[in-house]
Design a protein around this ligand. Structure first.
Ligand code: SP5
Ligand code: ZN
Length: 342
């Protein structure tokens, strides 16, 4: 399986994440991918290939124009305002406030476009986000050209990013872009399977009213887990999208038996729906020692999960999402890919 990866991810390395009222070193850090690269190499995968420039037409098709302009200019505007720190959202349009009017002031714009304040941006964030989606796109092209599967080792991740919102460490929705590219290439029905511990709120939101892209997510129940405000089982899509979204929220302490049952249910739904191609949002934060999550999967479970996904028999693009137990991230990620290859 070909792996696509850009060194440009390093340009995104904020020093701060707001966690429990303290600033900590972000859980989503550059070293995460070093462990994945090391394990891929150890376990016989071919060296990763650097992607070319991103295809911005697809990105612009899914993301709001004002949002993309904001991401590109945010750092310059933040500096011009005289702020000394990293970009961190502080003021949000909450209930009954204006959501149709982005403010002019950069501090206001940051809050307008953020869905959470834990994710800081710096001068290199936009470049890194573009390189991340470029890796996803290169993986899609490999599969569109006939490969059974490919892996976009994306960093920063993407599944929390909606058309016009960043947060949860995500800026551009890589998996959504891949799904759209398969549609543009002529696939009538594309499925996104999100196995990251966190609900893929951005992906769900982008495709919620569409009947051509199926979205299935296994995640920590919103009552208990970030992003808190989406991911309930009764969210099933709307309009043409009704029935093309399925959520499997699970409680703290969930182990592999229950998780695998949800995975099988999700895969059965994807199959019954008639998906022609599959995009996997591959987070490995369902791991038992993940520092910000509460499922109890062990490393061998990820091999089994990969096998089950592989048995669907669909052309598949994997996009890296979360996973913060740094050393195990490599093992668990490669376990999924190897299980899939079995
Ligand atoms: C891509 C991805 O996995 N994003 C996850 C973003 C989660 N950010 C907020 C997490 C807050 C968790 N706080 C729990 C601390 C437990 N020590
Ligand atoms: Zn996650």
């Amino acid at each position: 399986m070909q792996v696509f990866f850009s060194e440009e991810h390093r340009r995104h390395f904020p020093q701060a994440e707001l966690n429990g009222g303290e600033f900590v070193t972000p859980f989503e850090r550059p070293s995460r991918v070093e462990y994945v690269l090391a394990r891929l190499n150890e376990r016989g995968f071919a060296p990763p290939v650097a992607p070319g420039a991103p295809d911005m037409a697809v990105v612009r098709g899914l993301h709001d124009a004002g949002y993309l302009e904001f991401l590109e200019a945010a750092w310059d505007e933040w500096k011009a305002e005289g702020f000394a720190g990293e970009i961190i959202a502080a003021s949000f349009p909450a209930r009954r406030m204006q959501i149709a009017r982005p403010p002019r002031n950069i501090d206001g714009k940051v809050g307008y476009y953020a869905l959470a304040s834990e994710t800081a941006m710096t001068g290199g964030t936009w470049t890194a986000a573009l390189s991340s989606v470029a890796s996803a796109q290169a993986a899609q092209r490999a599969v569109a050209s006939g490969a059974r599967a490919a892996f976009g080792l994306c960093r920063p991740p993407g599944h929390h990013a909606a058309s016009d919102m960043y947060g949860g460490y995500c800026f551009i929705n890589n998996a959504a872009v891949v799904a759209q590219m398969f549609r543009n290439d002529g696939a009538d029905r594309v499925a996104v399977l999100d196995i990251d511990f966190h609900h893929g709120n951005g992906t769900q939101d982008i495709f919620f009213d569409r009947g051509d892209v199926f979205f299935a997510s296994l995640h920590g129940a919103p009552e208990d887990a970030f992003p808190y405000f989406l991911g309930y089982a009764d969210e099933v899509g709307i309009g043409a999208g009704e029935g093309a979204t399925v959520n499997y929220p699970m409680l703290p302490g969930t182990g592999y038996a229950a998780w695998a049952e949800a995975l099988d249910a999700a895969l059965a739904r994807i199959k019954a729906w008639g998906a022609e191609t599959l995009v996997v949002s591959l987070g490995v934060d369902a791991y038992k020692d993940d520092p910000i999550s509460f499922f109890k999967l062990d490393s061998p479970d990820f091999i089994d999960a990969g096998r089950r996904i592989g048995r669907l028999g669909l052309p598949t693009v994997f996009c890296m999402e979360g996973g913060y137990a740094i050393e195990a991230v490599g093992i668990n990620t490669v376990n999924v890919l190897e299980g899939f290859n079995d």
